[in-house]
Structures are given as structure tokens and as C-alpha cells.
Design a binder for this molecule. Structure first.
Ligand code: C2E
Ligand code: CA
Ligand code: CA
Length: 398
């Protein structure tokens, strides 16, 4: 077993600390940010594998902290952060080495989120990629789920959806996470099936919709139109005939226009409940909410049923994208989905795009949008706003 990774950040700028911690957590790493190095001796446990240290701090500067780390006999790698000249950084690195400390890299401020992610990714233990724990090892009780709803322990992470031809970020998909008091950040597979089984999925759906629409107002726009927000909705919640009115009421409360919202429903869910949900879906479409059929290819929809669903988007399930280069039937599935979607006048989005080869294949087949780790992992609101800002700056420079 690799030792559990814990990252410490020492930066007097609280925003930077929070950004780094959020990015690390989105990669499944534990991270604690502090603004005052005096806390360091208490937090420096044997689990700490990396320290990100700002050199310029008012109370105790980075050089003093390096000396303290030397005295504590600290073994974790150290990343020096600074907006000052390269020479000062090099001198600080020399000093660190003379104190028997290990320098693991440096970040020159302002840094790009991609640089930070690359640096942190190198610290993901080899036997452990996010999400951190398999759900099968986690026993959550009904009481814990109810108090999580009550205490609002569920948070949304956002993943960009990119137009393949232009590179524009068109949407952000909201993906739920549970900030569990004992287990840390848990992925949806650990709680959505349980919430559905308990009959609590409606409460969860409204909580997430309220949070997502509230946060969508804060998507950084930099003078550009804010990307659309995509919300996942369980088909169980669509059985309620009042769903469209309640949903639009909520959008109105947060001043988000209906056309800026995409509702994603899984194909398998739609096939279970074709008639009762059709009424609700049609009314949502009539009110201009965008509809997406998620995980397409896994639910055995018939062409006839597909024609009846008033959707704007088909999302190719990531399993097909993952295997399309190795497996010809998956490749055919991807090609056919793009064709069917376009024949029905829908936009086609591929999810789970992890490399350039996959993106290039999708581009050549005329797929409209892509989403996946190639662009970004799902990130917390502050980090996704930073990601959007960096992307806009780079686009403007190009
Ligand atoms: P989904 O809607 O198909 O979401 C895409 C999943 O693929 C996400 O997993 C995302 O983290 C993952 N993913 C994205 N890009 C890549 C990639 O390049 N490679 C790989 N390997 N994976 C990638 P996540 O966040 O664990 O979500 C799992 C499922 O949970 C979602 O699948 C969705 O069906 C459900 N879910 C998430 N949030 C909500 C919610 O608020 N409400 C409901 N009802 N369901 C939700
Ligand atoms: Ca989805
Ligand atoms: Ca999907």
C-alpha cells in the first residue's frame, strides 16, 4: 500500500490556498491550507507527502519556514511558490538543499490551473486514482443520508463541455459529491442509488437544482456569455407532473433563463418510464429548457422511442469513447450515434474524452461537443471559474 497522501499549503493569500486545496481534492488528494506557518508543526504528520510554500509572506517568510522545516527534519517534497524573480527562487532552492530538504518543483505566480494540476497529479499514489474509495467499502446509514440532506453536505463539482470545432466552452455539467464527515469526498455512485431506494431522491434533486442554479449566476463570464449549466436529474423525479413548473420557478428565482439550462436524463431511465415522463419532458422543452439523453448506447432505446423524446442532445456513454480505438463495435456505436443524433436534429456530445487521439477521431466523425479529463476533471466552483478565466486569457492571446 502506498502511504496516504496529504498535502499542505502555506500561503498568506487565503484564496490561493483554497484554490489549491479544491484542485487537490478534485484529484482525490487530501489537502490542508494555512495562512500562518505557525500552524505547521501541528499539521506536519507522517502522512504529509508534499508542501506548497509561498516565499513571500508577511509574518514568517518562506526562508524562515524552510529553516523551521530543516529543524523539524521534514522529509516531504517542497514546492516553492513565488511571483518574484527566478534568481530568488533558485537561491531559496539552494538553501533548502543545504538544509537536507527535498525540492519537488516550483510554481511561478500567477500560475495556470493546468500547471498546478500536473504538479499535483504526480502526487496521486499509484494504486489510487480518484474517486478515493470504492463505494462497496463504504457503509452509509439512512440517518447519515437524511442528515446530509438536512445539513447540506452535498456539493456540486463542474466539468466543462467544449465545442469541438471552435474550442468554446459551451456548458458546465454539475456533478454531485458528498462531503462526508467521516469518509471525505464521496462520488455519486456511493449515494444516488441509496437516495433513490429511500425515496429521498426528489429532495436531493431540488437541493442540487437550487444550488446549481444559484452557482450558475457566478460562472465567470469575462464579457462572454456564461456557459450553460447541465443538471443531472433522476427519472424518478420526472414522475411528478408539477416538475416543469417547480423547475422553472426555481430558474426564475435565480434569474437563469430556461435556454441556459440543460437537463440530463439517462437513456436507461427514459426507457423504464417512457409514457409518464414524456408529458413532463415535452412541457420542459416547450418552456425552452434544453434536454439531453445521457449515457446513450447503454439503454437499448428503439429509434421509434427516440423520435418521440423531444431532446436537444445525445451524450455518447464514456465506455464507448474509452474503447473505440481498440474495439470496432464500440467505434461503430460512436459513429452511428453521431449519425442518428444528427438525423434527429440533435447535438452530439462525447463524454470521457481523455486524449487527443480520441478527440481527433470524434472531430473527423463530426461529433459536436466533448467533455472529459483531456479538458478538465470536474472541479469545485472556484476552481472551475479559474479554469474558465485561464482559458479565456489563452484564447484571447492566440
Ligand atoms: P454522468 O452524468 O455520465 O457523468 C459523467 C461521469 O464521468 C462523472 O462521474 C465524471 O466525473 C466522469 N468523467 C468525466 N470525464 C471523464 C473522463 O475523461 N474519464 C473518466 N474515466 N471519467 C470521466 P461522476 O461524477 O462519478 O458521476 C457519476 C454519475 O452520477 C453521473 O454520470 C450521473 O449519472 C450521476 N450524477 C452525478 N450528479 C448527479 C446529480 O446531481 N443528480 C443525479 N440524479 N445524478 C447525478
Ligand atoms: Ca450526465
Ligand atoms: Ca453520461
Amino acid at each position: 500500500m502506498t502511504k496516504a497522501a496529504h498535502i499542505l499549503v502555506i500561503d498568506d493569500d487565503r484564496d490561493i490556498g483554497e484554490l489549491i486545496a479544491a484542485t487537490a481534492e478534485s484529484l482525490g488528494l487530501r489537502c490542508t491550507a494555512m495562512t500562518d506557518a505557525a500552524e505547521l508543526p501541528r499539521l506536519l504528520t507522517p502522512e504529509v507527502s508534499l508542501i506548497l510554500l509561498d516565499l513571500m509572506m508577511p509574518r514568517m517568510d518562506g526562508i524562515e519556514v524552510l529553516r523551521m522545516l530543516g529543524q523539524l527534519g521534514s522529509s516531504p517534497g517542497i514546492v516553492l511558490m513565488s511571483g518574484i524573480s527566478k534568481r530568488v527562487l533558485e537561491t531559496a532552492e539552494m538553501l533548502a538543499r543545504s538544509l537536507n530538504l527535498t525540492i519537488a518543483g516550483h510554481l511561478t505566480k500567477p500560475f495556470r490551473l493546468a500547471q498546478l494540476e500536473d504538479l499535483l497529479r504526480g502526487h496521486i499514489p499509484q494504486d489510487k486514482s480518484p474517486p478515493v474509495r470504492p463505494c462497496s467499502q463504504i457503509e452509509v446509514t439512512e440517518d447519515e443520508l437524511c442528515s446530509a440532506l438536512y445539513n447540506r453536505e452535498f456539493v456540486l463539482y463542474y466539468q466543462p463541455q467544449v465545442d469541438i470545432a471552435s474550442g468554446t466552452v459551451e456548458g458546465l455539467e454539475a456533478l454531485a459529491r458528498w462531503q462526508h464527515p467521516r469518509f471525505g469526498l464521496l462520488p455519486p455512485d456511493c449515494f444516488i442509488p441509496r437516495l433513490e431506494a429511500l425515496g429521498a431522491i426528489d429532495s436531493f434533486c431540488w437541493l442540487m437544482a437550487d444550488q446549481g442554479l444559484e452557482e450558475a449566476r457566478r460562472f465567470a463570464s469575462n464579457g462572454r456569455p456564461a456557459p450553460r449549466i447541465a443538471l443531472n436529474v433522476s427519472v424518478q423525479s420526472l414522475k411528478d407532473l408539477k416538475f416543469p413548473d417547480t423547475f422553472l420557478g426555481l430558474a426564475g428565482k435565480h434569474s437563469i433563463p430556461a435556454e441556459s439550462i440543460m437537463v440530463e436524463i439517462t437513456e436507461s431511465g427514459l426507457m423504464q418510464e417512457p409514457s409518464s415522463t414524456l408529458d413532463v419532458l415535452t412541457r420542459l422543452r416547450m418552456k425552452n429548457v434544453q434536454l439531453s439523453i445521457d449515457d446513450f448506447g447503454t439503454g437499448y432505446a428503439m429509434m421509434q422511442q427516440l423520435v418521440n423524446i423531444p431532446a436537444n442532445e445525445l451524450k455518447i456513454d464514456r465506455a464507448f469513447v474509452e474503447n473505440m480505438h481498440a474495439n470496432s463495435s464500440d467505434r461503430v456505436m460512436v459513429e452511428k450515434t453521431i449519425e442518428i443524433g444528427h438525423e434527429l436534429g440533435m447535438t452530439v456530445t462525447a463524454e470521457g474524452v481523455e486524449n487527443e487521439a480520441q478527440l481527433e477521431f470524434l472531430r473527423r466523425r463530426g461529433c459536436d461537443r466533448a467533455q472529459g479529463f483531456l479538458f478538465s476533471r470536474p472541479l469545485p466552483l472556484a476552481a472551475v471559474n479559474e479554469w474558465l478565466k485561464n482559458r479565456h486569457v489563452r484564447a484571447a492571446q492566440a
